[in-house]
Structures are given as structure tokens and as C-alpha cells.
Design a protein around this ligand. Sequence first.
Ligand code: ADP
Length: 755
Amino acid sequence: MKFTKFGNKLFSFFLLISILPLSIAGVIVYKYVYDRTKDEVLNQLRTAVYNHNDKLHLLLTKRRFRVVDFSSDGFIRDCVERIYSFPSEYPQICEKLNTHLIINKKGLDPDILGIEVLDNKGEVIASTSPEQTGTDKSQEDYFRGPFLSQEQQGSYFADAIKREENTEELQLVFSVMLTDKILHRPLGVLVTKVKGGILQDIIGVAKRGSGGHGGEEYIVNGNKLMIASSNADNKSVALDRIIDTEHVCDVLASKGEVLGVYENYRGVRVLGSAMYVPETNWVILSEKNIKDAFLPLARIKYIFIISGGGAIFLVFIFAFVISGNINAIVNKLIRGTRRIADGDLEHPITIGKRNDEIKELCESFNLMMNKLRESDDKSNHLFLQVKRGRDEWQKTFDAITDIITIHDKDFRIIMANKAFFEKFNFDKKQLSETRCHEIFHGAENPWYSCPLERTITSLQPECEEVDDPHMGGIFFVSTYPLLDENKEIYGVVHMAKDITSQKNVERQLIKKANELVIANRELEDFVYIVSHDLKEPLFAIEGYASKISMDNRDAIGDKGRYRIERIRSNTTKMSQKIHEILEVLKVGRVSYNFRNNNIGDIVKDVLNSLENRIKTGNIHISIQEDLPTVLCDRERLMDVFSNLITNAIKFMNGEPKRIRIGCDKDDCYYKFFVEDTGIGIREEYCEQIFKIFRRLNDIEVEGTGVGLAIVKKIIELHNGKVWVESSVNGGKGSKFYFTIPMKGEHFEGVKDSTC
Ligand code: ADP
């Protein structure tokens, strides 16, 4: 299934509206449950601490009461008073007192470790451990305590201390002042030492996984010594661990209560409650491992992840199916619109069984297609014509064998015909990334005389002959600007015609022409020499024939004389012909003196020299005013006009007798003419008459047949052309034309004294 962009968006939208609320709800629920669990656990811990505090208070009260009770024992008081009164009886009294303490007092309570009676100086006068008798306890707190706190009438509690003996067991020491019965004077101090393990009764021993909150509870005294712990195995094991955590320090410093999450003495993150006990300067702590505390939450998390994942999967499937379905319809609509764009209005869009807005959309679409097809026949026809025109244009474009490309102003090729791709074997996709000069010339910059660059600047068509080995030949390149409605250039049409073979032929022709010119010149030289050399033998023949005729006048007779006369006549004719040939050849061999000469003056001089013939012939001559001044050889131009005007006079027959001389001006040359109303020339002879000795015998006039040959030669040496327009039928006479370039260009090789 191919997704459209719309399909992707739809799919993403479905996922977004389902996953996002689900995720937000999940986070909120998780946070709520987390906070509730945390509060609940902290409350549990706090309650436990309070309970322990109450129990501790009870325990201490009970123990204090016990020591006070002992101090009011009459036997003990009597014994002590008697020792003071009768020191000599001390040993007997001491023994009795010891026995009394062991049997009657210690025996009452298994938790009592020992009972001591100290005198006013702190010396043990009786003890449940008789070996202690006589030892000095004056430095002990429990001795000094009752004396120091005079106002304190009750018992003194001396914190939890270790026994001096090697055992590590803790003991709680309670002491109370002993006074006489009547005056209540201090007699000494009564001390009871109780097992520290009784504190365990308060804390209890935690059994993992069963009851309570499953954490650790412990008591730390003012010296940060752990004195009870729920993790201790039994009562007798004393705890020898200093709890110097930040949390305990805070509570001791603030003498208050702290709840929260912190790292305990084991380095474990716990939820905990700590409470300061002012009565003893202790701290009771109740803690729970954070992992255990939030164990139910972890379960909820897994349940949430599994159910959430399932829900997301279902939404994914749902979104996939729905968006795929809509996507299929959108694709159909896209294909439908593309078909319309291609001119296919015959195939409606089908979407199967549906009954929703999409069906309505497709129906509307099909309706639109029908309307378009029915009511827009003209447009359709026009569209097809345009399409056909476009196809034809494309085929024509590709059919042209010249390379045609259309460029933008940045020298990039927008379009190219088939010939281009065949020539350069270039990938169409890379066209827009490459400049044309990189393709055509393999250069980073445009060709030094690039017509395309010139067209972009001049907005005019330009052309150039490009001979670049990179293009593999010689090309005639022409460029045409493409202008928009504001006459601004937006592109250039570039045509490159391969003229390599044409150029080769041209070069060969020029070579041949040059060879021909040289051969012609050699031939002319040869004819000139031969003609010149023939003159002498002819003179000799003519001379000897005359001498034979003169010397043997009688011997040769009339017949002989006639024959000799024929020899002389033919040699004269031959001599004449040779002379004329030499005259024609001379035209190309003499030096030309090119200067600016006014043609009107030349014509006038020629007419002056022909004045008699004009008058005799009664011919009317008209000369165009303002004949131009041109760069020419004056003498030769006089020969040209003289020959043409003489012929016009010679071949005049009948009325009217008119000769018109003038000039038409073109862009590059002057076009002179000599027009007469003479006999005219048949069309088929209009070219032949310019060849030497070609004469038409339409009427009997004298002539040699070299005049027009000389005219032709002179005009060609002025880089011009000569021709005649004439007709014998219309009776219009003949009009001889010749041209002379305005810039005075002339044949190479002509001897030119000025240019
Ligand atoms: P020629 O005049 O000596 O015969 P040209 O070379 O001057 O030699 O002329 C060649 C021929 O061209 C002429 O014999 C004539 O038949 C024809 N011709 C030249 N000029 C005219 C003209 N103006 N009208 C008719 N025919 C002409």
C-alpha cells in the first residue's frame, strides 16, 4: 500500500490523538499513585516512630520507678546508715547487703544486670557483683548525676552505655539518691544496670516480607551510636555502629521531626521518618527501601505499559486501516485528476460500496468530469489541438539535425532537442546544474566571442562561426532573444549548424579558385607573349609578300598578285586580331590608379569625345543629375562608359533615339546604367556578348567584338558586376548595368598605386 503525504498525515494524526492523551493520562496516573504511595508509606513510618516513642517513654518510666522503689527499701537504707555510723561493722553489713541485693532485688527482674550502692564519695559499698565492692565510681555520670541535678528529686537515667567488661552488651543505667529516713540527707547513690536489649522490645525484630512495613527501624543515641535495630538478631547483641548520616545530624540539631527520601547509613535510598526524643536525646528512625516502598507502583507500571502498548497497537492497526482506506481513495482521486489533465474524460472514478462524504466527493468529481466533457467540447477540441501542436512542435524540434537549445539568462539549458543529446551524450537530469559553455566548450567561462552572451546584452539576433575542437567541428551558431511582454529577455534560442563539410568544400573551392586565377594569369601571360611574338612573323610575311609582289610584278601575273593581296589582307586581319587580344589582356596588366572620381564628370568627358557621332545620329542623351563620386580608376571608367555609349549609338535603329545614363544606390554599392532605345539583344545572347569576339550580326555595323569583354574585365577589377537587361520583342532597347562597391574594395593582385 503506497501512502500519499495526506495518508501519512492522517496516519500520524490518528496516532497522535490516541498516543498523546494515553501518554499524558499515564503520566498523571503514575504521578498521582506515586505521590499517594509515598504519602502513605511516610505516614506508616511516622506512625511506627510515634508508637516506638510511646513505648520508650513507658519503658523508661517503668525502669525509673523500679530504681526509686529500690531506694526506698528500708533494709538498704538501714545498712547504709549503719555503715556510716559503725564503720567497723562494714564487712558484715556489706555481705548482708550484697546478699540482699542479689536475692531480693536482682532476682525480681531478669533484665537487671546489676545493682550497686555507692557511698557519698562514689565508692561501691555493696553490689550484686561483690568483686566490685570498693571500686571508685565517682567519675561516672550515674554517680554525679543525682548530685548535680539537685532540683531533680526523681531518678537519673545515664543514657545507654557499654559495660566496662569485655562484653559488648549494652546496658541502661538508672541511679537515684539514697537519703536517711528522718532528715533526708544524702547517704549515697543506688544504681541499677538494665540490659540494653530491652530496647529491642520497643523496636521488635523485623521479619522480611511479613507484617509491618517491611523496612528497618532503629534508635540512635546522642553520640550517634545505634542502640537498637529491628535488624538485630536478638536482644543480647549489642550494636556497635555509629550512624553519622546527614539525616540523623539534622534531627539531632533541629531536635524535631523529619520525613522524606534520603540515603541511609547503608547507602540505600529510603523513605524515612525520624523523631527526636528529648527525654533521652535519642533519635528514633523508621525507614523503608524505596524499591520496596514503590513495589506496587512498579506492578502498576508494568500493567500500564502492557495495557497501553496493547491499546497503542490497536490504535495503530485502526489508524493503518482507516488511513490506508482513505489513502486508496485519495490515490484514486489523484489518478482521476491526472487522467483529466491528460485529456481523458471518459473514465469516471469508482470507489465501490460506500455511503459517506467520500462517495459524494467522487460523485461530484464524476459529475464535474461529465459536465466538462459534455459542455466543453470546444475547449476539449482546442486542448487536443494544443496538445497535438505541442507534440508536433516537440517532434519537429527533435527532427531537426542542427543542435537547438533554449537557454536562460544564466547560460543554463532549459530545453534541448534530440540532436543535442546525441551529439553530447549528456544526462537530461544534469542540464539544469551545468552551464552551456561547460557542455559546448568544456570551459568555465563563455566562448571568447559567444553570440549567446552578445544576444543577452544586445537583445538582438547574433551569429558566429565557431571552430572549437571540443565541439568536434566547425559550427555556424546563431542566437535569437526570447523577450517577454515587457520586452525583457528571459531566454535565448541557440542554433548550432555543423558546417564542417561545407567549410571543407569552401576551402577546396577557394584553393581551386586561387589555382585557377594563377593558371588564368599564366595563360594570359602565355597568350600575351604568343600574341606579341606573332606580330613580328606576321610583319615579315606581310613585308615579304609586298616585296614579292613589287619585285615580280610581271612574272606572277594577275592571278599571283591576287593571291599575294589575299595573303596581305589576312595577315593584316590577323595582326588586327592580335592587337585586339593584346588590348583586352592589357586591361588586366596595367596599373590602376584608384581615386575618388565624380562619375558625372567622366560621363561628360566621354560624351564630348563622341559629340560628332551623337549629333550625326541625332540622338537624345539624358544624364541623371548628381551622379556620385566613387573610388575608381578614371581612365578605365572612361573606357567603360565609352564602350557602352558607343554601342548604344551603334545599335540604335529607328525612332525614338534616346540614351539615358544614371545610377541607383544600394546599401553596399552603386548601380550605374546606360539605357538605349536600340535594337535590343535576344535573351539567349545576353551573357555571350561579354565574351571576346562575340558579335551578333543583327545589323551591319563596324566593330571588333572586344568592347564588352574589356568592360567586363574593368568592372570585375573594380570588384563589381556587369550585365544587360534587354528584349528584342518589346522594342525597349537594352539597359546595361554595372556595379561598383561603395567602400572601394577591389581584387587582390590588381596593381594599385594608391590603395
Ligand atoms: P562590337 O561592338 O565591336 O561588335 P562589343 O563587344 O562591343 O563588340 O559588342 C558585342 C556585340 O554585342 C555586338 O556586336 C552587338 O551584337 C551586341 N551589342 C553590344 N551593345 C549593344 C547594344 N547597345 N544594342 C544591341 N546590341 C549590342
